[in-house]
Design a protein around this ligand. Structure first.
Ligand SMILES: Cc1ncc(COP(=O)(O)O)c(C=O)c1O
Length: 280
């Protein structure tokens, strides 16, 4: 009997769990620390969101299995958000799926679209799920820089020219965790053109969509005309509404990718607790 499990051998201890353990030790030793370990918002969610959760949770009919792809009203609300905020038109039935946080969305997407041995382009440094979601799915990672300068574009070209098999997916995350770097629409325009030319899917993690400064709202890759042909974007209520523990996020964009994610999720989960979806 082997205890050398294929996937576990490829997963080092989760970085945030390690940092939390260090924090715990430091606190126990009475040290005065500033916790930069986990992106836990330090404000409560808006009161009307909590009120809605309580109101719906009090209904006897709200406690059954929910809908894996998300209740229709929530998918419609997310489509409306993209319309309002980014001027992007989304079909709530074919182009939106609710996820249990963007982390779950990204990892289920990796499971849905990756075969063992596929090569995925992911930023380094990155938030762990951008690489490990695909490693769990059996893929190989080829790193590209996080900084969106000319070296980035050269790295993409090199990756396509010299990697066998050719990479199938590129992960991007701006504003970046951990570097906080941001991009403008011109970056996404170039990226969409590159992805179409190279026939690579783009997964954009926009978890920090609403954390911006200097009055310059964060851009979405889906603002680029035709981006939906190649891209899906993940957003989250964790940071925007201080709802990290609620586990509520979204994937939107290319209907083929959204359909693949929806299919995998229909086997894995029955959706978030309905009162959470209603409050979201
Ligand atoms: C870049 C990035 N993506 C995704 C996540 C996960 O967010 P969620 O709570 O939506 O799963 C985080 C959390 O810190 C993050 O920093």
């Amino acid at each position: 009997m082997s205890d050398e499990f294929y996937r576990i051998k490829r997963l080092p201890p989760y970085v945030i769990a390690e940092v939390n353990a260090m924090r715990h030790e430091a606190r126990r030793a009475g040290r005065d620390i500033i916790d930069l370990g986990m992106g836990n918002p330090d404000h409560p969610p808006p009161q009307h969101v909590i009120d809605k959760l309580c109101e719906v949770a009090a209904k006897p009919g709200a406690h059954g299995y929910s809908q894996s792809k998300g209740i229709p009203g929530l998918r419609k609300a997310q489509a409306n958000y993209y319309g309002r905020r980014f001027n992007v038109d989304l079909d709530p039935d074919r182009e939106v799926v609710v996820t249990m946080g963007s982390k779950e969305g990204l990892s289920s997407m990796a499971t849905a679209i990756t075969a063992p041995g596929d090569v995925i382009l992911a930023p380094s440094p990155s938030y762990p799920i951008h690489t490990f979601g695909f490693i769990i799915a059996g893929a190989t990672i080829r790193s590209v820089p996080t900084r969106p300068d000319e070296r980035y574009w050269r790295a993409l070209e090199n990756a396509m020219d010299y990697t066998v098999p050719r990479p199938t997916v590129l992960v991007v995350n701006y504003p970046s965790n951990p570097t906080a770097e941001t991009v403008d629409l011109a970056f996404y325009e170039r990226l969409v053109a590159w992805a179409k030319e190279n026939r690579v899917w783009v997964l954009s993690d926009l978890a920090y969509s609403e954390l911006y400064y200097d009055g310059k709202p964060t851009r979405s890759i889906l603002e680029v005309p035709g981006a939906k042909d190649v891209a899906v974007e993940f957003t989250s209520m964790s940071k925007t509404y201080s709802m990290a523990g609620w586990r509520m996020g979204f994937a939107v964009g290319n209907p083929t990718l959204i359909s693949a994610l929806t299919r995998v999720k229909s086997y894995l989960d029955y959706g978030a607790f309905t009162p959470i979806q209603a409050a979201a």
